[in-house]
Design a binder for this molecule. Structure first.
Ligand code: UTP
Length: 475
């Protein structure tokens, strides 16, 4: 579209303020603004303004809501032979090269307050390896274990794309084949004020932000990632978030359940640590699997127990999924009338006033629109929820300190390494929470899960001082 048509379209949509300073810009700045404007789907913004900004927007409907069933771990009553069968099926899929890893790394990471892509943040206890390195080594090790290198898709944002790619280049892709690491940007959405007017960040740029991790489904399609998967005979994506170093990026039992049950979208769950834990809850409503956020689930339900005193809403969501390739395509292209809803988040959005002066708001002055990947669950066929041990899969780095911080995550990694050592019959002294007295780090290339660790540890003799004084670093 040419400049006048873009500007007219904005004016017709009541969004002419986007071009209020157009005449003051030089040609390069005008072109940049036009490019940003052309990215915006004005009809979509209009719809969101009508549905999400309108006063009295209905709160979440809780009618007919029940806890979702899930497949428990063998130690919690699950069927051990089913788990073994699932693991076998997952391993076969990995040996056949049907599975790719997929990390969403387009978030802004404001809570951590770290300057740079979150994946470059150092997380391991001794070597201070960055998150991306931890995942890269797990993916590399799993590829070697199953005799088939694993493709890795990395979703970035406009803000961190170049920095992310450069980080992998500088670090020689951490030993991965660069041809099997695929970066693509997620989409953006404009922020609006409380009257639905698109906000400018400067005279020549629109306040745009990433469209949420749910934007990954559209971005996988738009970037050609799904076509690439098809060409490579990959039908399953192992989806995870960039802030969780404990994650088993490749988990054969989870993948096996997903495939054996014919699921299009599977999710891992951990049981809530306490009733009010701030996690999404897996629920069933009208026969559909959904995730209800803690903020939308009344406290009485969060605390509700059954006749045996067990929490009814026990299954918490930890944002780990397995996704079928063609399901992602259906969601992305709106086939069969499906699409992810947007959520509104009221935020402080840096903007400019009518005179063009910068405004740093003290309180929320507008709305960002985001999609969440778990909203795809009710559209999927045969979705399943599989229990995992929190200690094996989940310790995110969200905040600079306190819960879910670099410190808690480092300690959880060390607890995991100590547990593996004990499992191998090596005495390591720990406190009551399982935290070892010495510093321990296990490279994913030595062992990235219980099985691979136990295979390696038999070949390595440990010195007494290593175990008593530390640090113990297994490479
Ligand atoms: P969070 O919900 O923790 O958001 O993202 P965030 O933006 O990273 O951090 P805060 O809230 O600003 O502190 C969970 C995961 O989803 C990804 C993040 O990169 C992280 O892996 N994500 C989030 C995206 O990829 N895109 C988004 O638009 C939002």
């Amino acid at each position: 579209m040419d400049a006048p048509s873009i500007i007219q379209a904005f004016q017709r949509a009541g969004q002419g303020q986007v071009f209020a300073f157009y005449d003051q810009l030089d040609q390069a700045a005008r072109d940049r603004l036009l490019c940003e404007a052309a990215e915006i789907d004005l009809a979509e913004v209009e719809l969101l303004n009508r549905t999400l900004l309108a006063k009295g927007t209905a709160s979440v409907n809780l009618e007919g809501l029940n806890p979702a069933p899930y497949e428990p771990l063998p130690e919690n009553g699950g069927n051990g032979s089913e788990w073994a069968r699932a693991k076998g099926a997952g391993e076969a899929a990995l040996r056949a090269g049907r599975v790719a890893a997929f990390v969403v790394a387009g978030g802004q990471g404001t809570r951590l307050g770290y300057d740079g892509p979150k994946g470059t943040f150092p997380v391991t206890p001794i070597k201070k390896k960055p998150l991306f390195q931890v995942f890269a080594e797990k993916i590399r090790a799993a590829g070697l274990r199953y005799g088939k290198p694993i493709h890795w898709f990395i979703m970035t944002s406009h803000a961190n794309h170049e920095a992310t790619e450069a980080f992998f280049q500088e670090n020689k892709f951490f030993g991965l084949d660069s041809a099997k690491v695929h970066f693509f940007r997620q989409g953006r959405m404009p922020a609006v004020d409380f009257n639905g007017k698109i906000l400018l960040e400067t005279k020549g740029s629109i306040a745009m932000s990433p469209d949420g991790h749910g934007g990954s489904l559209r971005a996988l399609e738009r970037s050609g990632a799904l076509d690439l998967m098809k060409r490579e005979n990959i039908d399953t994506l192992s989806f995870f978030q960039v802030d969780n170093p404990l994650i088993r990026v490749i988990d054969p039992a989870f993948i096996g359940f997903h495939l054996l049950r014919g699921s299009e979208m599977s999710s891992k769950t951990v049981t809530k640590a306490y009733p009010e834990e701030k996690v999404g809850h897996f629920c069933i409503q009208n026969g559909k699997l959904i995730v209800v956020e803690y903020s939308d689930l009344p406290m009485a339900l969060q605390r509700e127990t059954d006749a045996t005193g067990k929490l009814r809403y026990l299954a918490g969501s930890i944002a780990i999924h397995a996704l079928d390739r063609e399901f992602v395509r259906r969601m992305a292209t709106g086939g069969e009338g499906v699409s992810l809803p947007f959520h509104r988040a009221d935020k402080k959005i840096p903007t400019i006033d009518a005179a063009g002066n910068p405004v740093k708001p003290e309180k929320a002055n507008g709305v960002k629109f985001e999609m969440f990947v778990f909203d795809a669950l009710p559209f999927s066929r045969q979705p399943i929820v599989i229990e995992t041990r929190r200690a094996d899969d989940f310790s995110p780095v969200k905040n600079a300190d306190g819960i879910d911080s670099p410190k808690t995550s480092r300690e959880d990694q060390m607890r995991q390494f100590a547990r593996w050592l004990k499992l191998a019959g090596t005495p390591v002294e720990t406190d009551a929470t399982g935290l070892p007295k010495i510093e321990i780090e296990v490279s994913p290339l030595f062992g990235y899960d219980e099985d691979s660790f136990l295979d390696s540890i038999g070949k390595r003799s440990l010195k007494r001082e290593e175990l008593t004084h530390g640090p113990l670093s297994l490479e």
